[in-house]
Design a protein around this ligand. Structure first.
Ligand code: HEC
Length: 123
């Protein structure tokens, strides 16, 4: 039988294994679909302000370029660049950076997850 300490080590190992991002092109945004996100980025017109790889015509310089997004340290200089924070930023830029030139685009949580999955595929 497992002793309690052994059980917790086993649980820890399981958690650590479960937290490793999948390799390859797959996204590590849980619940987000990068292909859908790519279409949403086009539909919302993010390319009117951003330079975004993989989006035809998205080469504007109003906002920062979103290339190699997965390597970025901070979101708008305010939030550590993690999937949960990106969802929050996409849904409420004006609440996080009052007066920023990025408008609130009324993006739903699911849409924000899909867009995040796409942006984190840029590396
Ligand atoms: C009207 C212009 C405009 C539109 C449209 C726009 N953004 Fe932005 N975005 C900005 C600006 C300006 C910033 C910089 C904000 C700041 O640092 O305060 C920004 C910041 C960001 C950031 C953080 C970038 C960084 O380097 O920290 C992300 C990610 C982002 N936008 C994604 C999007 C996505 C996805 C869309 C479409 C759903 C979008 N934006 C639409 C202007 C825009």
């Amino acid at each position: 039988m497992l002793k309690p300490a052994g059980f917790f080590l086993w649980l820890l190992a399981l958690l650590l294994l479960g937290c490793q991002p999948p390799s390859g092109e797959q996204s590590y945004v849980v619940g987000g679909d990068a292909d859908v996100g790519q279409e949403l980025v086009t539909d919302y017109g993010c390319g009117a302000c951003h330079d975004i790889p993989g989006i035809p015509g998205a080469n504007a310089t109003v906002g920062p370029p979103l290339d190699e997004w997965a390597e970025r340290g901070y979101i708008a200089g305010a939030l550590p660049n993690r999937p949960g924070n990106l969802v929050v930023w996409l849904m409420n830029p004006q609440a996080i950076e009052p007066g920023t030139a990025m408008p609130d685009l009324l993006i739903s949580e699911q849409e924000a997850l899909d867009i995040s999955a796409y942006l984190y595929s840029l590396r």
